[in-house]
Design a protein around this ligand. Structure first.
Ligand code: GDP
Length: 201
């Protein structure tokens, strides 16, 4: 999928967010889940910093994505800070910088949240908390299982079942789950389709 990304800005307060005009897709996940790698794989260029020191990015990085270089953006990508450093955390939002909560609850153009989880490990409490938060906020989300290249065919089937059960997902229409690999590109076409469908609705 050809995409022309352009880095817009890095925000650490709601006042810094870009004007709410184009539909937006948020990228969320625990630190080290493969979020930067997936963003770079989708955008076909090195946009996001692949972390050597987890937990450094504590801002929302906005990218404008166009179909062609001379066209206005079709969708904005919002790369949110990774979470899950705190071993014990009462609530996921206790660990977040203060601007994340208003972003996820109030951003009018937020069309879809991509919740990245490592498909190779069992469901994690912090991810379950994020999903509970998004359900409460009435946000549409797609669960994206990363690093699926590390699983065999049978392993992928098992992971899909374990993740759907572990996160207590609703119907595949309401709460879909997709396995992806930034390394092989598996699942990226489906991911783009979902992103554009959300941006168009
Ligand atoms: P972030 O902290 O969520 O931005 O994660 P990174 O993109 O920095 O990736 C964390 C680690 O997972 C790095 O060592 C990556 O090379 C590795 N990784 C990311 N995506 C994939 C993938 O699709 N397959 C495999 N096998 N490894 C991956």
């Amino acid at each position: 999928m050809p995409a022309f990304p352009r880095f817009l800005l890095s925000a650490t307060a709601p006042a810094h967010f870009p004007p709410a005009s184009v539909p937006e897709v948020a990228f969320l996940g625990r630190s080290n889940v493969g979020k930067s790698s997936l963003l770079n794989a989708l955008l076909g260029s090195k946009q996001a910093h692949v972390s050597s020191t987890p937990g450094r990015t504590r801002s929302i990085n906005f990218f404008a994505v166009s179909d062609r270089v001379d066209q206005p953006p079709r969708v904005l990508f919002a790369d949110l800070p990774g979470y899950g450093y705190a071993k014990i955390s009462k609530s996921i939002s206790a660990e977040w910088p203060s601007f994340i909560d208003p972003y996820l609850r109030e951003r009018p153009t937020l069309a879809l949240c991509l919740c990245l989880i490592d498909a190779n490990i069992p469901p994690q409490e912090s991810d379950a908390q994020l999903l509970a938060f998004l359900r409460d906020a009435g946000r549409r989300f797609l669960l994206v299982g990363t690093k699926a290249d590390r699983l065999s065919g049978n392993g992928r089937v098992k992971a899909l079942i374990a993740l759907r059960q572990g996160f207590d997902l609703g119907t595949p229409e309401d709460e879909p789950l997709l396995l992806c690999s930034a390394k092989t590109g598996a699942g990226l076409k489906e991911l783009w389709s979902t992103i554009f469908a959300a941006a168009a609705s």
